[in-house]
Design a protein around this ligand. Structure first.
Ligand code: NAI
Length: 251
């Protein structure tokens, strides 16, 4: 159904080597886009992703880039655009979760989580924004989390960062919409990826017992929302936060 929806488009997906970012990169390639991804320390899976994009008849590009470093994000955007062409769609997806009780959060942990998510998205978006403005069109999709909406224990830096992402999305949307650029966020519920697998089988069983959907989500279910926002069907979403979350929080 999505075939051809993104034909001729170029998409940049941060953190596209695995999990949700990988599913988004593949869904975009299946919809006709050429796709560049960055990753951190995941070169093998990034190369596999590029092969999978190529197998779908599209061009792929991957590079290592710590999104917490604005100079590195600018270099990644420049290299990706040199390889594939001007960026039509940016998905700010790269993320980490460092858990622990509030009283034990160090400045180092706080800075890292905020820098990867908030600073990373901010400057990654800035790196492609001028080109989008010049062309009068573009889509920027930021990965928040349902935890920004409902909160949760032992994740204060992560929840703080994800709340800031929703704020960033709404504020940039005001500037970007009149220039033809739609900026939106996705706030997923618990999705089965490396990020959540690290929490172990007991946590998973607890989610399955308590969440209305009765299961964790699949990365492809978040990719479907990204595809909606990236395609023409997403043109009337401005500063929105869509939350596919299995009923974990109703928003
Ligand atoms: P994951 O751990 O499976 O994949 C993370 C990706 O980000 C990898 O490609 C990794 O190389 C990359 N990455 C990590 N730090 C990076 C950095 N500093 N610079 C560049 N790349 C970096 O994670 P997952 O679960 O796929 O999460 C993707 C996004 O979705 C994150 O922003 C996460 O916070 C968000 N999210 C995930 C949920 C879940 O339940 N899995 C729920 C809500 C939001």
């Amino acid at each position: 159904m999505s075939e051809g929806m993104l034909r001729g488009k170029v998409a940049l997906v941060t953190g596209g080597s695995r999990g949700i970012g990988r599913a988004i990169a593949l869904a975009f390639a299946e919809a006709g886009a050429d796709v560049a991804i960055c990753h951190l320390g995941d070169a093998e899976r990034a190369a596999t992703l590029v092969q999978a994009v190529t197998a779908r008849g599209r061009h792929g590009f991957a590079a290592e880039c710590d999104v917490a470093d604005p100079a590195a994000t600018r270099a990644f955007a420049a290299a990706a655009e040199a390889a594939l062409g001007p960026c039509d769609i940016l998905v700010n997806n790269a993320g980490i979760n460092l858990r622990g009780p509030f009283e034990g959060v160090t400045e180092e942990v706080y800075d890292r989580v905020i820098d990867v998510h908030v600073k990373g998205m901010f400057f990654m978006a800035q790196a492609v924004y001028a080109g989008m403005v010049a062309r009068g069109r573009g889509k920027i999709i930021n990965l928040a989390s349902q935890l920004a909406l409902k909160g949760g224990p032992d994740i204060t830096p992560y929840g703080t960062a994800k709340g800031a992402i929703i704020g960033f999305t709404r504020n940039l949307a005001w500037e970007a919409a009149p220039k033809g650029i739609q900026v939106n966020a996705i706030a997923p519920g618990p999705i089965e990826t490396d990020l959540t697998r690290a929490r172990g089988p007991e946590w998973k069983a607890m989610i399955e017992r308590t969440i209305l959907a009765g299961r964790l989500g699949r990365p492809e279910e978040i990719a479907a929302t990204a595809l909606l926002l990236a395609g023409p069907g997403g043109d009337y979403y401005v500063g929105a936060t869509l939350s596919p979350n299995g009923g974990d929080v109703m928003h």
